[in-house]
Design a protein around this ligand. Structure first.
Ligand SMILES: *Cc1c(COP(=O)(O)O)cnc(C)c1O
Length: 408
């Protein structure tokens, strides 16, 4: 038997079924007209943002990292809730613009911005988080051709990492950002050549659950930003401090102690170094804002035995939920939180392997999990599906096509 991860708060049962926003899984599937289906819950998005606003000092704004979930209805729902949007492509820029988001609220990071993407961003007035000297030069040249000063911040590759981070995005040789020691020279050059100077972006890691690690990373980020701001000598309009707050996916994972992180940050913000006292501060979060708001629903299409093992074969799989299958940046496969949605809360009575419909042994949703008995036609729910699901999975693989998505 292998345990499944912890089911996020806020999901209940209704008539023996999983309920999301007060509606049963089968009612939601009926409305969507098909499975597999990603359901995103407005109530969860609202609750998470309210928790963050309550815990963090007012001085620190919140950006949404769109790549976590770029579904148009999710972007539109987040628009009035957050202060800014972090994008990583011209495609995400188009989605934000279509959702009516003012480009002044948008910043664009990512290590390989094409000229046409830089042009779209500069034309719209988006802040470029510059990832290299070469990109800075291209942005300035494009700005000159357009007759428009590019708004440029510099993404710093810090010399430290966030300890306990699931995905390290700084420290040592990295394709992201500019090594800290080269930042002052580049910043001065960019400013001298007429860019609108927007400040610094320091992102140290992702999927961190430990409050101490987050607190330490934030302290390091503020100290580095102050040091760089002094070396640049132009005042620092804005500092994007990164984020990296994780969510519990696996057995034993414990949620971030958000009040503790917020209290430590409030204390730091109350005693900022001189170089940062006029600086606008923000954090950027993806999965922490949207991950627990999503549930992936798939239907059991076969129930079979092999060498004494029961397999529940679903119509979903890694083509929509690569991360839950264990093939997106994990070393040892563990079970995401999952359940039989149509027997929600029922006593688990049998050990099953829940698999997807793809013809590869990689396509697993839950291994050796204890579940209530399920038959063909029952629905399986995989939780923590609100981030890096639909768009971070190879949906063209094997030709089943994308899942349906709905915000409720
Ligand atoms: C991916 C990414 C994020 C979001 O990461 P989460 O773990 O989803 O919070 C934020 N900032 C940058 C620069 C990123 O690349």
């Amino acid at each position: 038997m292998k345990p499944v991860g912890p089911i996020p708060a806020g999901y209940g049962a209704l008539g023996g079924e999983l309920a999301i926003a007060g509606r049963t899984a089968s009612a939601l599937v009926a409305e969507a007209g098909r499975t597999p289906l990603f359901v995103y819950s407005r109530a969860h998005l609202d609750a998470r943002m309210a928790e963050l606003r309550a815990a963090l000092p007012n001085r620190v704004g919140m950006n949404y990292a769109v790549k976590a979930n770029p579904h148009p209805a999710v972007i539109a729902h987040m628009a009035p809730l957050v202060d800014g949007f972090d994008i990583a492509s011209a495609g995400e820029l188009a989605l934000c613009v279509a959702a009516g988001i003012d480009p002044v609220r948008i910043s664009f990071a990512g290590p390989g911005k094409r000229d046409d993407e830089l042009e779209a961003a500069i034309t719209a007035g988006v802040t470029l988080n510059c990832e290299s000297e070469g990109e800075g030069a291209r942005a300035l040249a494009i700005g000159q051709r357009l007759g428009k000063a590019p708004r440029i911040a510099i993404r710093v590759n810090p010399s430290f990492v966030m300890t306990g981070s699931g995905m390290k995005m700084g420290g040592g040789a990295k394709p992201f950002g500019i090594d800290a020691e080269r930042v002052p020279m580049l910043a001065r050059a960019i400013i001298a050549q007429g860019a609108e100077w927007r400040g610094l972006h320091i992102f140290t890691g992702s999927q961190t659950l430990g409050a101490e690690a987050i607190i330490e990373a934030q302290a390091n980020v503020l100290a580095l930003a102050a040091e760089l701001a002094e070396a640049i000598g132009h005042g620092l309009p804005k500092l994007n401090m990164g984020g990296g707050l994780g969510i519990p996916y696996f057995p034993g994972d414990v949620a971030v102690d958000l009040p503790r992180v917020g209290a430590a940050l409030a204390e730091r913000v109350a005693h900022l170094p001189l170089a940062l006292q006029q600086t606008e501060l923000c954090m950027e979060l993806g999965r922490y804002l949207v991950g627990e708001a999503g549930v992936y629903l798939t239907r059991i299409i076969d129930r079979k035995e092999s060498h004494g093992v029961t397999f529940l074969v679903t119509d979903g799989g890694l083509h929509h939920q690569l991360a839950a299958s264990g093939n997106f940046g994990t070393v040892v496969r563990r079970n995401y939180p999952s359940a039989i949605a149509t027997h929600y809360g029922a006593e688990p009575t049998e050990e099953v392997n829940i698999v997807g419909c793809l013809c590869t042994p990689l396509d697993r949703l839950a291994d050796n999990a204890m579940m209530p008995r399920a038959e063909v036609g029952d629905l399986v729910a995989v939780f923590c599906a609100g981030a890096y699901g639909a768009t971070a999975s190879p949906s063209a693989f094997l030709g089943h096509g994308p899942a349906a998505e709905m915000l409720v």
